[in-house]
Design a binder for this molecule. Structure first.
Ligand SMILES: *Cc1c(COP(=O)(O)O)cnc(C)c1O
Length: 364
């Protein structure tokens, strides 16, 4: 992708940046999403003027009327992407254009004002460049960028947003799962669902996460790391985790992932894994897979590995699956070769250790 320039982002930098020693201490071992950089992007939308006042500025708190729409009706969408230190010492973003496109789709679904895709890309580039010193250097670490949009009309009246705020914050991150988790365990939620046909399952909105929290509590109580959701109609087909897509690996060397039918979030990691697998000559099926079949195949040995994928945790093996009607171990319970091979191929591109055949990396 070519870098587009969007000249309207003004830089108003902080007069009190975090000092180097403190920053280095914060960067040494950051917990996911708890440390934030010195700056943020903000762009405001009004009905009369469209998107205005685009700037990179000192990170600060927002002040809103208690009647602001987002606080009452949840009109919020977000994205997640990372800037990586490159093997050659540079910095690059992974597929920000794909996030820009998905953000526009999410905005459309929640009737929020669409943000020009070039402005999205330029905003994440501008923040990364400004807070470049906040990109950690350790293996598996990166600067996680969180673009988001909220409806800011100060009214309890029910209507689509006229006023909105788009913002990007950034957070240095290490490995997502504590201890770098060899494999995660999943709780099969057969009571709660994440997304229904016609709903917002394929939009990246906060509401989807709000509705999934109670299932995560159930997983915690059952001693599982994450929830795997089934489809809302038949309660049979495996869809995805709360924030990651799933892949299955078979003994014939093929891989499979549920198709994007509107209730699954179209992950950029998912799309990238599919393309890398095809590059390697691996057979990839986008076909639905039932939880009963998964259990049967895991027990017979036809299914040898399974993994979850997403920007935050990249690729994570699924070791055990448990539910009210299910309990099985996947392969040896610790992951396997195919998962490691696909994860390695993706990380090599993201950290600039190999050529980037699809032009995914935007170098800054
Ligand atoms: C963000 C997200 C994913 C992963 O998408 P990536 O683009 O790969 O980060 C998967 N499922 C849900 C529900 C998500 O919100």
């Amino acid at each position: 992708m070519n870098r587009q320039s969007y000249p309207s982002l003004k830089k108003v930098l902080t007069e009190t940046p975090t000092d180097t020693a403190e920053r280095q201490q914060l960067l040494a071992n950051p917990a996911f999403g708890k440390v934030f950089t010195d700056h943020m992007v903000t762009v405001r939308h009004t009905k009369a003027d469209g998107w205005v006042d685009a700037k990179v500025e000192a990170r600060k708190n927002f002040t809103f009327s208690p009647g602001t729409t987002v606080l009452h009706y949840g009109l919020e969408i977000f994205e997640g992407l990372k800037a990586y230190r490159q093997a050659d010492g540079g910095v690059a973003l992974f597929r920000p254009d794909a996030n820009a496109k998905r953000f526009a789709n999410s905005a459309k679904r929640l009737a929020l004002p669409p943000l020009p895709e070039e402005l999205f890309v330029e905003s994440v580039i501008a923040l990364t460049e400004t807070d470049r010193d906040w990109i950690p250097e350790q293996d598996f670490s990166a600067l996680y960028l969180r673009p988001f949009m909220i409806a800011t009309d100060a009214t309890l009246g029910l209507k689509p947003a006229d006023d909105a705020l788009y913002s990007v914050i950034a957070s240095p991150v290490g490995s997502y799962f504590k201890g770098g988790a060899a494999a995660v365990s999943l709780w099969v939620s057969d009571h709660f669902t994440r997304a229904a046909p016609g709903g917002t399952g394929d939009a990246k909105c906060g509401g989807n996460y709000a509705a999934a929290m109670v299932a995560q509590l159930e997983a915690d109580r059952q001693g599982c790391d994450q929830v795997v959701f089934l489809d809302a109609v038949e309660r049979k087909w495996v869809e995805e985790l709360g924030g990651m897509n799933v892949f299955f690996v078979f003994d014939d060397g093929s891989i499979q992932t549920p198709p994007l039918t509107g209730t699954i979030l179209p992950g950029i990691t998912r799309d990238s894994i599919i393309r890398l697998a095809l590059d390697m000559g691996i057979t990839v099926r986008e076909e639905r897979y039932s939880i009963d079949q998964w259990q049967q195949d895991a027990k017979s040995g036809r299914l040898v590995e399974a993994f979850a994928c997403g920007t935050a945790a990249v690729v994570t093996s699924i070791g055990k699956v448990k539910g009210n009607r299910h309990e099985f171990t996947v392969g040896n319970g610790e992951g396997g070769e195919m998962t490691a091979k696909l994860k390695g191929a993706l990380l090599d591109i993201q950290y600039g250790r190999v050529a980037d055949p699809h032009g995914w990396m935007i170098k800054l």
